[in-house]
Design a binder for this molecule. Structure first.
Ligand SMILES: Cc1cc2nc3c(=O)[nH]c(=O)nc-3n(C[C@H](O)[C@H](O)[C@H](O)COP(=O)(O)OP(=O)(O)OC[C@H]3O[C@@H](n4cnc5c(N)ncnc54)[C@H](O)[C@@H]3O)c2cc1C
Length: 302
């Protein structure tokens, strides 16, 4: 229901006007402006964590909006460099005109990839719903040719992902393995969470084996700490050290665990989202843990 509600324009209008719902979003985002994100980042960086930034907003309706999104991210790379933050930037292809013109989207991604290279940062492509996977991989291959540290998210719930990972390993990729956050049909994705969890562990093993021969930089994007513990044990067994893989989690989720893993010597990055267009993204966060809905309701009733 929550993922279906994410697509509702009427609920989007209601939620973004509601002061209580906006207040509740603060658990997962420090604010709507780039400065809010940068200030929160400086606090997190002081705990020894790396950072990732994303500006919320997806599925544009007019290709001209993509120019403004590209310019925003160019400014973000400059701001990261000016503040000396160890931070990277993650974008959704549909923010950059993917649905309107793949050609234009590729141009924007290449401009951002060169900027990432120039400022010593990195550009990431998020993975969106399953209809976008082939074209997102194609975009990744294009930016990877000008930007060595470019990263791509892959989703464990899709049946196709082990094959995609195998093919990508040929270009020595940086891959962020996530469970997957979209409502997908059983024809393309595991309907049961337990199957996704098992697939995650198997693909993590595949990525670590590639890391052991220098063919992949694996990033594990999950808050599932027992699963992470098994992955860390597998890394050790293969001789893969904490600098040869990373763990990424979202701002506001399992912060204590993020700090504990950091203290144990793991490389941890916190992904900070900010922006005005938070509705769809926020609904996906609620869907991941419906107990969070209680938090919104409590905020609405004081
Ligand atoms: C860095 C990063 C980047 C991501 N990029 C993408 C992407 O590009 N494409 C995509 O489809 N998805 C992306 N995701 C989302 C991902 O697919 C999952 O939906 C999300 O991470 C929740 O699953 P989990 O791996 O944490 O495991 P789960 O098994 O769902 O959760 C494990 C535990 O973490 C805690 N937890 C998880 N989610 C929440 C929450 N919202 N609120 C409070 N506690 C929570 C709970 O304690 C839960 O028991 C990203 C996630 C991360 C961390």
């Amino acid at each position: 229901m929550l993922l279906a509600a994410a697509r509702s324009d009427a609920l989007n209008r209601f939620a973004t006007r509601s002061a209580a719902v906006r207040r509740a979003t603060r658990a997962f985002m420090p604010g709507e402006s780039m400065d809010d994100g940068l200030a929160a980042g400086a606090r997190i960086a002081a705990t020894g964590r790396r950072l990732l930034y994303t500006r919320l907003g997806e599925a544009l309706t007019d290709i001209r909006e993509a120019d403004a999104v590209r310019d925003h991210y160019l400014g973000l790379f400059d701001a990261i460099k000016a503040r000396g933050l160890d931070a990277e930037v993650s974008v959704k292809p549909t923010q950059l005109g993917f649905d309107q013109s793949l050609e234009k989207c590729r141009e924007h991604c290449l401009v951002l990839a060169r900027k990432a290279e120039e400022t010593g940062s990195a550009l990431w492509l998020d993975m969106e719903d399953s209809t976008t996977v082939d074209r997102t991989i194609e975009l990744y291959r294009a930016i990877r040719s000008v930007h060595r540290r470019a990263g791509l998210a892959v989703q464990a719930y899709l049946y196709r992902t082990p094959k995609d990972v195998e093919a990508l390993i040929a270009v020595t990729p940086t891959l962020r393995l996530v469970k997957g956050a979209y409502a997908e049909p059983a024809s393309v994705a595991f309907p049961k969470k337990a199957d996704t969890d098992r697939a995650y562990e198997a693909i993590a093993g595949q990525m670590l084996e590639a890391a052991a021969r220098g063919a992949c930089l694996p990033i594990f994007g999950t808050h599932d700490v027992p699963l992470l513990r098994r992955i860390i044990a597998k890394a050790r067994a293969l001789g893969v050290q904490p600098r040869q893989y990373e763990i990424h989690m979202l701002y506001g989720i399992r912060d204590g665990e993020q700090q504990r893993l950091r203290a144990e010597g793991e490389t941890i990055a916190t992904l900070i989202s900010y922006g005005e267009a938070w509705y769809r993204w926020y609904m996906r966060r609620l869907a991941e843990r419906p107990a969070n809905v209680g938090f919104v309701v409590r905020s609405m009733f004081g």
